[in-house]
Design a protein around this ligand. Structure first.
Ligand code: LLP
Length: 441
């Protein structure tokens, strides 16, 4: 469910026609619906209310300050994976006591920053990391709160690039080593065992992988509770959203028509509650995509239409894989919707970006309403892993981001300029080198 809809052939976000935003702020443009994010958060809380879990929004999905602010205001905590994310969350008014700090490659500096900020727990991904945390805590004279990430070794049935709980994964501590590493942590006066974490992968739309993982994890959690009195079990994130038929699937009727609908938060909560209720530890969830995925779109303008032999057309737009990498990187599907449907019939189209890479496509061989130069389209469900993965490849300044609430619109990130492209860059010339001392941060 979300707040994007077609009305009289025109795409609206909340109470604003998207075309108006494109006119005013230019393209490529990320557009977010504040209410959609809030509704998703509220619906998740409602679905799981039997267990009253702590929600830790996975900042990597979309780290814009406005998104963090509205989730913080709702009481959300945050799942962090870098010093940069910690910096952003603190700046947005997030509560460090409701933050976990994860990631396989934490540096000493990041560990120190997380401890100084007073995060709820560091999620530990290897024994070596545990030793490093111990060392940093010793230096700071504190006890570091830790939880181990245990790999339950189940196949989450998702794209291989976003499946993490498989056996050969770089993530987490192997299930068979769990107790030994906990024992090591327990022996240290510098470490304080707080909980246990798992994460299966991303864009998981079936319930079975979670069930299977819990079958392995629940006995372990009970044992950890008995031995160390742990206080939380963090189930990670990975709850999938619907990318196909983005507009239709935003409506209740669509869900009712599906023979096997993708798992909703309520379905998953109902299925897992029984297994979790007896544990007597607080449950944590780390949703990213679920909260912001279909709360955002990427708006782009058609620059050229190239006709190929056989009648197919390639539509070149002004957004590229540097703005939204998912189709190029994972072959991900994103629905494409014209901001105004001129009723000119459908055509077989490819939608491609301007980048000098053949992989720079948003859609291939898709029947879409016919498009011509100057038309604008929305690439749907781009709120998660859209802007947060954007880069400046081909020296393209990154897009602007706007947020809409009702009729109100705020620019929540300015469009980058050419100056932003070269900020911090120095040439080999003497006068450039001279600047180093003054400008390096
Ligand atoms: N917790 C951990 C430990 C994670 O690694 C992730 C995502 C999440 C939570 C949040 O997952 P979510 O609920 O958003 O599925 N760039 C990829 C997705 C990468 C996910 C990385 N980890 C994509 O665009 O599909």
């Amino acid at each position: 469910m979300h707040q994007f809809r077609m009305e009289n052939g025109e795409l609206w976000v909340e109470e604003v026609p998207v075309e108006e935003l494109a006119e005013r702020y230019g393209t490529p443009l990320y557009v977010y619906s504040a209410r959609t994010v809030e509704e998703h958060y509220d619906r998740l809380v409602e679905a799981w209310k039997g267990l009253n879990p702590m929600i830790l929004y996975a900042v990597k999905a979309n780290s814009n300050r406005a998104i963090l602010e509205l989730l913080a205001a709702r009481g959300s905590g945050f799942d962090l994976v870098s010093g940069g994310e910690l910096f952003r969350v603190l700046r947005a008014g997030g509560d460090p006591q409701k933050c976990t700090f994860a990631g396989v490659g934490k540096t000493r500096r990041e560990i120190q920053e997380a401890l100084e900020a007073g995060v709820l727990a560091l999620i530990v991904e290897s024994e070596q990391e545990l030793l490093r945390i111990e060392e940093v805590a010793g230096r700071l004279g504190c006890r570091a709160p830790v939880a181990l990430r245990i790999n339950p070794e189940v196949a989450p049935g998702t794209h291989p690039k976003i499946a993490t709980a498989v056996k050969e994964s770089k993530f987490g501590i192997p299930y068979s080593a769990a107790l030994a590493v906990y024992e090591r942590a327990a022996s240290s006066p510098r470490l304080q065992i707080k909980g246990v974490q798992m994460h299966l992968g991303s864009q998981i739309t079936r319930m079975e992988p979670f069930e299977e993982a819990l079958d392995r994890m629940v006995p372990l959690v009970s044992e950890l509770k008995r031995r160390y009195g742990i206080s939380f079990f963090d189930l990670g994130g990975g709850f999938g959203v619907v990318y196909e038929e983005a507009l239709a699937s935003g409506k209740r009727e669509w869900w009712e028509e599906q023979a096997t609908p993708p798992a909703t938060p309520r379905m998953l909560a109902e299925r897992l509650e029984g297994k979790l209720a007896s544990l007597d530890v607080r449950i944590f969830l780390e949703p990213g995509r679920l909260l912001v995925g279909n709360a955002g779109i990427l708006v782009t303008e058609v620059q050229y239409v190239k006709e190929l032999e056989g009648g197919k057309e390639i539509v070149i737009v002004d957004a590229g894989m540097n703005d939204l990498m998912r189709p190029a990187l994972y072959g991900a599907f994103h629905e494409v919707v014209p901001l105004r449907d001129r009723g000119a019939g459908y055509k077989l189209l490819d939608v491609a970006g301007p980048i000098c890479e053949s992989g720079d496509f948003f859609a291939r061989n898709r029947w879409l309403p016919a498009l011509r130069q100057g038309d604008r389209i929305a690439i749907m469900t781009a709120g998660a892993y859209g802007f947060s993965m954007a880069c400046q490849y081909n020296s393209r300044p990154r897009a602007a981001e706007v947020m809409v609430r009702g009729r109100e619109v705020r620019v929540v990130r300015l469009r980058e300029t050419y100056q932003d492209l070269v900020r911090g860059e120095r040439g080999w010339q003497k006068e450039d080198a001279r600047l180093d001392g003054g400008l390096a941060d």
